[in-house]
Design a protein around this ligand. Sequence first.
Ligand code: ZN
Length: 509
Amino acid sequence: MKKRAYRKHSFSMAHRFSTTMRSKHGAVYGWMLCVGSGWLLMPCSVVATNDASPHANSITAEYRDTAKKIIDTTMAGNDAWNKMEALCLEIGHRLSGSPQLDQAITWAVHTMKVDGQQNVIAEPVMVPRWVRGLESATMIAPRHERLGMLGLGGSVGTSQKGITAQVVVADSEEALKALGESVKGKIVLFNQAMPPYDPDRGSGYGTGVYFRTHGARLASEQGAVAVLVRSATARSLRSPHTGAMRYGDAKVKIPAAAITLEDTDMIARLVKRGVRVMVSLKMAAKTYPDVASANVIGELVGRSHPDEFVVIGGHLDSWDVGQGAHDDGAGCVMAMEAINVLRKMNLRPRRTIRVVLWTNEENGLRGGRAYAKQHEAELPRHVAAIESDSGAFAPQGFSVDCVDEQREAVAVEQLKEIVGLMQSLGPLEVNVGGSGADVSPMKPSGVVLMGHRVEGSTYFDYHHSMADTLDKVDPTLLSKNVAAMATMAYILADMPHPLGTRSMPMGTD
Ligand SMILES: [Zn+2]
């Protein structure tokens, strides 16, 4: 679990501040959306507007024409939608350890080779294999009703005949404690509502996901036999949302599943009315030994500093429902297509742009960790690492995050210039703080991490649910995101000084 503390940044007062904050209701809001195994909330402390800084207009002058050309060329036509159809419709969802993820890896390698990318490889990574199996949750008293449910990733299953027990409801840890001994032998339903999206504060996912992650451990400590959690979404058309859970140091592992907002509400109201609610839960979920998987890598090799890198990418795995369209097929395709567009334009930057499609972000982060480890020796020559894992909605800019705050501050000024060249794609901004789960293991090495930001008001409606399908992706917005990624990656890979520096290039021309 990683939550970034609020961090002040000393920009001029002209910059608009947007604080990540804990509201009076205890809700944690944050900008970055992605969301695998608990690396969910990466709040940003400052929103910097894209007004050009007074002392460094060189990037603007140098890259104005190229940026326009990249954007115009991308918007005139590209292969991103075709790639999305292949990935989402022909392969579909792709959980770690599934044959579909293997197919997606094969497809990505093949596609990047066909596109003419260089050094295309699949780097082996061992990943967990959790298989959902058949599952159901049925309310059997006061009446019979099948509930909309999805088992949580990593959960144990039930016996074949399932678990039938009375439901108790808790909307907080305190409420659970207050139930005391009465929890024994019962199914606990956690009913903590995820706050709705707020344009200034971002999503309330950090709050919404708490009991999904920790509910089973907390309830089992008090003797519960199973856990149901309100799905981590603020809006629902009776769709359950899965996601990772953890047992931590729980002595007894009890099954855990998410149910829809509507079913949660129904049960909570019945219990409040004093009605005895009984639920029968059946889950065949099982964790098998780790299996082989891979991060997929492909490059547009730099013309003068081929051993310096700008990494761009997303995660190729998804949950085992829907098609993993916004989460995160889109992020993978944006990166693949960004270097495809640049290559077709014969734009070869000084440094290498490396596409990395990480495996196992959702339930292990093994791909992100493996990349940082396998490429440890190269990390000092990573100029930046950008992850896109918030869907393919309207582009809003980039966030930046670096352990070296001075370097981060310089990077922000430079990035403001770069996004200033992309205003035809929308009002793009630069945020301080937050990047992506898969790039985060590179942070201790001092790599400048970046997150590709998009409008976030509907992401969690689809996220980790059967509704995360290609029809929810807008082809024009997808192209805009490809253009944003291609322009950013090109300039970062080409600018004379590495991002975040003004006078200490890693190499010399
Ligand atoms: Zn994701």
